[in-house]
Each structure stands twice: as C-alpha cells, then as structure tokens.
Design a protein around this ligand. Sequence first.
Ligand SMILES: [Zn+2]
Length: 386
Amino acid sequence: MLLPLLQQLISIPSQNPMGRDVSGPEYLEGRLADFVEGFFRDLGVRCERTEIAPGRPNVVGYFESPGAQRTVMLDAHLDTVPVDGMTIPPYSPTIAEGKIYGRGSCDIKGGLAAMLTAFARLVKESPAGAANVVMTCACDEEHTQVGIEALCAAWTRGHANPFRRTPDVALIAEPTNLDAVVAHRGATRWRIITRGRACHSSEPRNGVNAIYRMGRVLAELEQFAEIVRGINPPHRLVGPATLSVGRITGGQSVNVVPDCCTIEIDRRVLPGEDPVAVIDQLGDWLRPRLDFEIEMEPAYIVSRALGDEDNGPLADELLSVVAEVAGPHQKIGVPYGTHASTIASFGVPSVVFGPGSILQAHTKDEWLAIDELELATEVYYRFCLR
Ligand SMILES: [Zn+2]
C-alpha cells in the first residue's frame, strides 16, 4: 500500500505558485486535498477541511484511541515547489534501483505517504495503548506558511478538536534522513525601496537616480551582513544569523533616470531572536549612514526559528524508536525552516523527522530512497503506540 500510495500522491500535482501570478490545474493544493480527504473518509475517521485561500485547503484527520493517554500530532504539508527545469517527468513517478523519482517524492509526498500509512494502520488495528492522533495536512508550507498558522490559531479560539486540547507533542515530516531535527533558523523577508526623481537620461542632473541610491544602500548592507553574523552568538546546532540581498528591480528604460528601486532582503534568524524586530534592527543601523530616506515595507514572510529548549525529551523518545527500527540516529540542527517552529510557538514540543535527504528536495531529478520511506512509516506507527 505504501509505495502505490506515494505514486498516487506524486501523480496529483500540488505546486505552490511561490507568489508568482500563475494558474492551471497543476497549481495549488485543492486536488491533493480532495484525495487526502477521501483517504480519511474511506477510513471512517473524523475529517475536517478548511479553505485557507481559494483552492488552498487544510485537511485534518483524527484517530481517536480508546483510553489514550496523550495526543500526537503528525504534520505533513500538501504543497510542493514548482517543477520548472525538471529533467524527469514530475508527475509520472518511476522506480529504479531502490529510488522513486518525481516532484514531491522527497519533499514532501514521501513523508505524507509514510504518515498516512501509519495513520491508516492505527485506525485499522486500533492497538491497545495507542495515542490519539491528529494528522494535519496544511497548505502553503513552501511559501508563506499561512496554512499551519491558521490551523494552530484555531486551537487558541477553542476550536472543537475532538480531544478538546492541543496536541501533547508533534512530529513534522520533512526529509531528515531519519535524524531528529530539534533546531532550525527562521527567515524574515521584506523589501527596501529607494525613491528618486525621473527625468530624461540625456540630462541626468535634472533627476535623482534611485538606482544610485540603492547602490549606496547595498554597499552598507554588504557590511551589515558581516556584522549580523556576530550580533548574537552563533547557535551550536544552526550556526550564525545571516543576511542576504536576493533580488533587485528598478528603472523603466535605459533612457529614463529611474525614480524607484527595490531590493528583497532574506534575514535568517536564530532561536530566541524576534523575527519581526530584525527589520527595525536593520533600519536603525542603516538610516544614520544615508543622507536620503528609504522605505522599509513590512515583512512578507516571517517564520520563527525552532529552538531546542523544550523538545529534548520528545527527541530522545523518538530516537529510541528510530534506533529499534533503523539503528542509531542523532539530534541535529538544520538551516532551512519548517512548520515545527510555528507549532512549537503554540506550546507543543515539536521535532522534525522524515525519510529522504534535504539534498534531493526541490531538485530537478527529485527522488526518495524507498527503504527510508518504509523505515519512517514504521517509526511513525511505533511512536504513536508509546
Ligand atoms: Zn517540505
């Protein structure tokens, strides 16, 4: 059942547009949500579907275990990154030499298939002593993470979770090679704009060049990017805070002095850093160094970091199950963001764990090792039995 299920999940596109103005049946999570909702309904469990944005649902399934001592949240996102530039058929999964190929095989349909399979086995076997399980399948993880935010926010409004409380612990599926990710950095992304005054380029002194102004901003930011690495002590698992300028746009035509230039900033934040305050931190440093005004837009992405203060016992428990199933593995920190930091911010100890390597995620020939898929499925199942 596991491998055919994964093949089916890969064959249902759920590309995240990543903020681009694109449309078509291969985009958004609606069709995959239909499938997952049908999966839960076929099992006869309680299932909820919530539209977070048009065509972008969250789907949640509940396994109620008689006499359960605790509630485990299993979380796997529904979306994948786009398929541009892929060198293999993205939606026609192929299997060769112990690997399954296709968009999402590694991130995140492999993890989703493993969790759904473990969930279905719990429902069918209803083993004594099993935990209650909330399986959450949220939209838009790869871009703005509004799906998981909305899902967790519903808890604080007294949402009628059948267990009438937030989960006790959460496992978040992402490719970790079966290690337990206990810490990661967060990211804040926003735009800085310089303004000028347009004029004919044949006499540039009649205008003010917004691109030249941005050039001075960039020279300062290059310095600040070094300073920011030392603003907080580097975290022992995730390294230093960083800043990078990733995009620049400005000007309409080569014969017009530009009146506007925009850059986009990617600031990676450490556990314990306020992901919103880093915008003012940069502004306070930058403005005194400039003799013109800049505009700072509010962040369009704010994702918190995951710290390892509260999830140590959970990771230890998980790793003891992993050791039974797949041999010794370890607690690690990673540079990329996940749903775990949002879930943890609602007071639920959270660890990221799943099959596959982040090196294969988002790639042009994405694949997943089938043996890890099977091992992760067994780990999710056994973890919910403890
Ligand atoms: Zn992912």
